[in-house]
Design a protein around this ligand. Structure first.
Ligand SMILES: [Zn+2]
Length: 188
């Protein structure tokens, strides 16, 4: 599939999800059997861990189709970047979606500030650039969108593997925003 084909497939799958018409394909024993020898996912999704945001459902995708990394705030840290590098370098995946979502709790916590303990402070520090790039009174969903955009840029700037793949035209990175109520994914 070309990058355009992948994007079409994601959009068509999302439309089925929005319309309550999931096709449920590629989730059965015969699909499992075809995948035991390897995987060739067509898209990587860096998503939040939020239980309301499930990439395989949002894009109506089955086994072996999406390489999904989930971490609160869909941030680019060493571990999420390394996971994406694996799919780019070894699985030939061509589209990376950075999927922020409406009313993200991690972004809300970053906006609230304060000391949240060692681990959460580390995570929220990755969202600080989006806070700095938006107005002080910006609504959370605007910061979410900025965070997805800046994270897309960070994947490129912090990884030679990802940067080379983007610059050679093999891979595109697409920031996106998931609407909780409608299920619609808006590519930013
Ligand atoms: Zn979230």
């Amino acid at each position: 599939m070309t990058k355009a084909d992948v994007l079409d497939r994601l959009k068509i799958g999302n439309k089925r999800f929005i319309d309550d018409k999931l096709d449920g394909k590629l989730q059965n024993s015969s699909r499992r059997a075809t995948l035991t020898s390897g995987q060739e996912p067509y898209a990587i999704v860096l998503s939040c861990a939020d239980s309301r945001v499930v990439p395989e459902l949002a894009f109506d995708a089955g086994l072996g189709e999406l390489f999904v990394i989930r971490v609160a705030g869909n941030i680019a840290n060493n571990s999420s970047i390394a996971s994406i590098e694996y799919a780019v370098a070894h699985l030939g995946t061509t589209i990376i979606v950075v999927l922020g979502h409406e009313s993200c709790g991690a972004v809300t916590a970053a906006m609230s500030g304060g000391d949240n303990g060692h681990n959460l402070n580390h995570l929220l520090a990755h969202i600080t650039p989006a806070l700095n790039a938006t107005a002080d009174d910006a609504p959370v969903n605007e910061v979410v969108k900025k965070n997805a955009e800046l994270t897309a840029g960070e994947l490129k700037s912090r990884s030679a593997i990802i940067r080379d793949a983007v610059e050679s035209g093999k891979v595109d990175i697409l920031p996106a925003y998931y609407n909780l109520g409608s299920g619609a994914v808006e590519f930013l």
